[in-house]
Ligand binder design. Structure first.
Ligand code: G6P
Length: 587
């Protein structure tokens, strides 16, 4: 989703902004723009495309000045065009803005401003912010009053930063992150700590409706009444080095290979895990929520919570949560799972549950994210920044933490700690199948439809495997509960179908083999993922045997590797797939 960066200081702003936008590329975007203020003039350059390409064609990095704002846009309102790219001016070039979020009342604001004589250039909702600022600034020439009046008019979600021709930058947020980074002789204002982490680890997280103004020397934060507010400085601990691709061709491949190490180090937050468990055991209703991959973790959590900790739980997709759940009160607990901790659907579910009295537990990868900060207790999966847009290592890290929590709840019945070494070894062995899976991917590159079949807990992995292939390789792939085949999907299977069967040796295994024969009878190619070979498989991907409860942690890897190589086979960029964003901060 959109990334925002603003900087005022002593460095040459343009190259700082270009580098910051590059570091936030992983969030997903379609166009790029920068505005710099120099000698009382604001200059804007913007275009469709990747940061490096637009930088090359427009020479962004050489724009003059020490103050400026930058943006990568993920189109919501208005097509992917240079005119819709940010920054946006008002009617003149005296104010420019960059925005993330959706201004819900932009139509009425636009009409009102057009009536007053403002001329709009773009089709975006964002442009109204520039015109509102322009309107109120013309009336009183006071930036603080101007931004307060502007924010009072906005409905919806926003994080924006504005640049004024006098060299001031200012911004505000509502339900979209905006963070200040403080450096010697200057300040950053960004949507993501990665925007400034190369320069400082001192961050100030703005609260909803906070207003920040950085003028000649100072940075002040105000509330909507104009009172100064103090927000604490947080030291952010992410290591920039982890953003490097190392010896790998893509971040996604590097992150897939990091998984054994990540599982190895799970469970170090002992006291916090205990706090989590105490809240869980004292609640009557346990709900789980998440989006995409994190929802699949929620499905696995539901399964093992009930089976081993004897806690009945319900897993609901965050985008469906608001339509589904009313039976929540102060005896309920909601476990929200989100790698980024910024997914709008997840945050909305959490706010709704919180209002109804539920306690909120969260599992995040970013301990300073919005989700972590609104939770009663939050655990970090601690797997380092995940740059590949499709989640890989964060999924296994989530599972690993979930198994640790459930093990604590059932007083060690899973023996997770004792099994960890063999699990880590098993993950390494699965990574050794990479060459085989690479050649399988070459064979599947022209597949029109792929089906992934699994039973019981493995159904969640079938869903996750299908999501990976959809996300990275743009092939229609469906995860199907094996027992449901006979209730409809079997009609789709013919000799052109490819079916992957998640079938490790456990109680569901024999039933899966029966399903495989039904599929084979219809001529499909069957790829078995199992620790035991079987004649029904046309292709066999061997995974090692582990304690049966832990198979989900290892059996997802072949799908990640397959999705990665399918993307390469189809000339798609596995790190930045089309139409996907890492941090989906709009509903
Ligand atoms: C987006 C990504 C998915 C991801 C989902 C949840 O849709 O494209 O890959 O699984 O968000 O992200 P979260 O940060 O909440 O785990």
């Amino acid at each position: 989703m959109c990334s925002i960066i603003g900087y005022k200081g002593q460095l040459n702003v343009a190259s700082v902004l270009v580098d910051s936008l590059k570091r936030m590329e992983y969030r997903g975007y379609d166009s790029v723009g920068i505005a710099t203020i120099n000698n009382g003039k604001i200059l804007v350059k913007k275009d469709v495309g990747r940061v490096a390409d637009v930088n090359k064609s427009l020479d962004l990095g050489r724009m003059p000045g020490h103050t400026g704002i930058g943006h990568t846009r993920w189109a919501t309102h208005g097509g992917v065009t240079d005119k819709n790219a940010h920054p946006h001016y008002g009617c003149t070039d005296r104010i420019a803005i960059v925005h993330n979020g959706i201004i819900e009342n932009y139509r009425e604001l636009r009409e009102e401003l057009i009536f007053l004589g403002h001329i709009f250039i773009s089709d975006t909702d964002s442009e109204v912010i520039a015109h509102l600022l322009e309107r109120y600034y013309a009336e009183q020439k006071n930036i603080k009053k101007t931004i307060i009046q502007t924010c009072r008019r906005l409905k919806g979600t926003y994080a924006f930063v504005a640049a004024f021709e006098d060299g001031t930058i200012c911004g505000s947020r509502y339900d979209e992150p905006l963070i200040i980074g403080s450096v010697n002789n200057g300040y950053f204002i960004s949507s993501d700590v990665l925007g400034f982490l190369e320069y400082t680890d001192k961050a100030v997280f703005l609260e909803n409706r906070d207003i920040v103004i950085v003028d000649s020397e100072t940075c002040h934060i105000f509330d909507l009444e104009g009172n100064i507010v103090n927000r604490p400085i947080t030291k952010v601990a992410w290591e920039l080095a982890a953003i490097d691709k190392g010896k790998y061709a893509h971040h996604t491949l590097k992150e897939i290979h990091e998984q054994p190490k990540i599982v190895e180090k799970t469970g170090t937050q002992n006291l916090k895990i205990q706090e989590f468990c105490n809240i869980l055991t004292n609640s009557k209703t346990v709900l789980l929520t998440g989006s995409g991959t994190s929802y699949h973790s929620a499905l696995i959590a539901k399964h093992i919570l009930s089976k081993f900790a004897k806690i009945r739980a319900e897993a609901i997709m965050s985008s469906e949560f608001q339509y589904t759940f009313d039976a929540i009160d102060n005896t309920s607990v909601l476990i929200a799972i989100s790698q980024s901790g910024e997914t709008a659907d997840v945050l909305q579910s959490v706010k709704a549950a919180k209002q109804m009295g539920a306690r909120i537990l969260s599992i995040v990868n970013n301990p300073t994210s919005s989700l972590a900060r609104i939770s009663d207790s939050s655990l970090s999966i601690d797997c380092g920044p995940e740059i590949g847009v499709a989640a890989t290592k964060s999924f296994t890290a989530q599972l690993s933490l979930i198994y640790t929590i459930v093990d604590r709840l059932c007083k060690g019945c899973l023996d997770f700690e004792a099994n960890k070494a063999s699990l880590v070894d098993a993950l390494r062995q699965v990574l050794d199948t990479e060459i085989q899976i690479h050649s399988i991917a070459e064979g599947l590159r022209d597949a029109r439809d792929i089906y992934i079949i699994g039973r019981s807990i493995h159904y969640a992995i079938a869903l996750e495997g299908a999501l990976k292939i959809k996300e990275l390789a743009y092939i229609h792939t469906e995860g199907i509960a094996a027992g449901e085949l006979k209730h409809g999907p079997l009609a789709l299977i013919d000799r052109n179908s490819y079916v992957l069967l998640v079938n490790p040796n456990d109680i569901a295994s024999e039933d899966n083999i029966s399903s495989a024969y039904e599929i084979k009878a219809r001529g499909a190619t069957i790829i078995g993922i199992s620790d035991r070979p079987n004649n029904v498989y046309d292709i066999f991907i061997k995974i090692p045997s582990v304690k049966s409860t832990f198979y989900p942690i290892i059996e997802v890897l072949p799908f990640q590797i397959l999705a990665y190589y399918l993307a390469l086979a189809k000339n798609a960029d596995p790190d930045y797939p089309r139409n996907l964003a890492k941090s989906v901060t709009v509903k």
